[in-house]
Ligand binder design. Sequence first.
Ligand SMILES: [Zn+2]
Length: 126
Amino acid sequence: MGFHPDFRYFRPGGRAKGEIVLKIEELESLRLKDLLQLDQIEAAKLMDISQPTFHRILKEARRKVAEALVDGKAIRVSGGDYRFRNLCYDCRSEWGAPLERCPICGGISVSSVAREGGRGPPHRKV
Ligand SMILES: [Zn+2]
């Protein structure tokens, strides 16, 4: 359920007609909004950005994915400056290292979330 930072590359069957680069935070916006179906305010809060910024990132992410699907382009997931936080959807606790269960309430609704910006570890640049 969490966000995994592996490099990803998606290619259409046959020959790709070009490539688009989807930033880490753009993929994360799709995951939070379209896959987990959080509302924008909640998703923005998880990514530690404003709701208008989240909306802008999500819009660009959707446009890029649509372009790839319609025009037969490959998608490379890369770039962006982000760090990870692990959090519990039950009690809203946050912690550093990835765990199967929440260390506070023992809940299993935990997820790693990518956030923009470089405020403190854990932090990775892609
Ligand atoms: Zn918890």
